[in-house]
Write a protein that binds this ligand. Structure first.
Ligand code: GZL
Length: 334
């Protein structure tokens, strides 16, 4: 099912319809399937799914966790085992090994960083447990190690942010500082790449770039350092809203006006970021839709039923200026 052509509303409706259809014929494990046969002690007709979440580092992550926990419920045919890795890869590897030992029916996770997964994914494959990636990618060369990867196009998100900056500020010789996401993570690598490609050939210069690990506190600390090191910052490109909100605190503490003295462009479009955009403290936000629960449930049921699934499902994103944020806020789901 090509998801790149659907808007979020249509996608949600489609996924809900798909879930209802699947739910109607999957409340009892299909004849001969091994759904619910995991030794994980779940009900005998539920799909036992082990999910390893990155952590709870940002508003985006909270919305993503809520979408997964609200969708992978017993009434939707799942027995969800959920773990929070506190942004540590070793915790995710330990959780995945625990799910293998429990004999779950399917494993899903959002890899905190791209590298270092082949060994544990080989163990899941040897155990005959299918794996689904959500949100972030792995750099494994062996695509048989996972059934599907559901997530946004982070390079495109970086390009959309960079294109707005280029369209509005090329020719003014502006200086940009970049708050990068978690070092080694797919969104940090790809958003940086996309932004750089979009401003290539302009007179826009990135004068400093450092990770704020996707958190508000670290974004504030890094921005404080940027303000001490540079007196000519015109714009902040933050890889997520939370680091942008931390930058706002640092800019205001320095006696400057965010959104005016120093422009701010971020990615995610969670409620706190959209409110700052509506208030004029952020100037532009590229969305990264966290509501991946319905897609994950849909793909998991198809995998357990032995149906073929798309290897890559790209979640469609949009972008917001101040006017669009004011209009969207009253009905925003996250
Ligand atoms: C993107 C996701 C990123 C968000 C951050 O899909 O992995 O991680 O942009 C979150 O807010 O912490």
């Amino acid at each position: 099912m090509a998801r790149t052509t659907f808007g979020r509303g249509a996608l949600a409706a489609l996924s809900a319809a798909a879930l209802l259809a699947l739910g109607a014929c999957s409340t009892t494990a299909p004849e001969g399937s091994d759904a619910g046969s995991g030794d994980a002690g779940s009900g005998d007709d539920l799909i036992t799914i082990g999910f390893s979440q990155v952590g709870a580092e940002s508003g985006w992550r909270a919305a993503n966790t809520k979408s997964i926990q609200d969708t992978l419920t017993a009434e939707n045919g799942f027995d969800l085992k959920f773990s929070d890795a506190q942004q540590k890869q070793e915790n995710q590897i330990q959780a995945i090994r625990s799910y293998i030992a429990q004999g779950v029916d399917v494993i899903a996770f959002s890899p905190v960083v791209e590298s270092g997964w082949d060994a544990v994914l080989e163990e899941a494959k040897t155990a005959g447990i299918p794996v689904i990636l959500t949100d972030r990618a792995v750099d494994s060369q062996d695509e048989t190690l996972y059934e599907s990867f559901i997530g946004s196009d982070f390079v495109l998100e970086g390009e959309m942010a960079g294109q707005w900056v280029a369209e509005n500020f090329d020719g003014q010789g502006i200086k940009v500082v970049e708050l990068q996401g978690t070092t080694g993570s797919a969104p940090a690598i790809d958003r940086k790449e996309g932004f750089a490609s979009a401003i290539a050939g302009t007179d826009i210069e990135v004068i400093d770039s450092q990770t704020g690990n996707f958190t508000r506190a670290e974004g504030k600390t890094v921005m404080e350092g940027f303000l001490q090191a540079h007196d000519d910052i015109d714009l902040v490109f933050a890889h997520n809203d939370d680091m942008g909100l931390g930058a706002i605190e640092a800019i205001e503490a320095a006696g400057l006006t965010p959104g005016e003295d120093i422009k701010i462009v971020t990615i995610d479009a969670v409620k706190d970021g959209m409110q700052a955009l509506a208030d004029g403290k952020i100037n532009y936000i590229v969305e990264c839709n966290p509501l991946l629960g319905p897609d994950l449930a849909d793909i998991a049921k198809k995998v357990i039923a032995g149906e073929s699934v798309e290897k890559r499902i790209v979640v469609k994103d949009e972008a917001f200026d101040q006017e669009a944020a004011v209009a969207a806020l009253p009905t925003r789901e996250y």
